[in-house]
Design a protein around this ligand. Structure first.
Ligand code: FMN
Length: 142
């Protein structure tokens, strides 16, 4: 069964920063290979990411991500089984949430405590409003 996990972290470099694109390049290549999809949200000083896929791959990736020096204070917000993938076509979507946009405001405020369904919905709403910069989505659109 598919699992998901959501974490937040403090970004080392304030937005915008080119290292985000290095992260995405790695994520697109690796995630596609191991069946992980998801969405990465960038605020001025934080990352929020939802990852979905096989549980062992998620655990392995989360361990690597947690040790990445491009961010700190990585904190797991939620994890568990997932009935269906929310981002099946995106090896990793990406959007910034720095402006005063209703779909982004929860992230800009630091994603206060909320139930899991609401947490996942926050990612879905932002993705629906913004789309994703994603190698895989770009391929599908061609
Ligand atoms: C905020 C953030 C999100 C990341 N997301 C992913 C991801 O979805 N997939 C991935 O393979 N690497 C991701 N990385 C990069 C990993 O931390 C790591 O650099 C990469 O997996 C390569 O690991 P390695 O150098 O041990 O081979 C992310 C890094 C950061 C800082």
């Amino acid at each position: 069964m598919t699992h998901y996990l959501i974490y937040r972290s403090d970004a080392r470099h304030p937005f915008p920063h080119l290292s985000d694109f290095d992260i995405l390049r790695t994520a697109w290549a690796h995630n596609q290979r191991v069946g992980i999809s998801g969405y990465l949200v960038r605020t001025m000083h934080e990352f929020f990411q939802i990852l979905e896929g096989p549980r062992e791959e998620l655990d392995r990736l989360y361990t690597r991500i947690s040790a990445d020096e491009r961010h700190s204070n990585v904190r797991l917000l939620s994890e568990g089984p997932l009935a269906r993938r929310r981002f099946p076509n995106w090896a990793m979507g990406y959007a910034e949430a720095v402006e005063d946009d209703p779909a982004a405001s929860l992230f800009a405020k630091g994603l206060p405590d909320q139930d899991v369904a609401q947490l996942i919905k926050s990612f879905e709403e932002l993705a629906a409003a913004r789309g994703a910069i994603s190698g895989r989505a770009a391929l599908l659109r061609e």
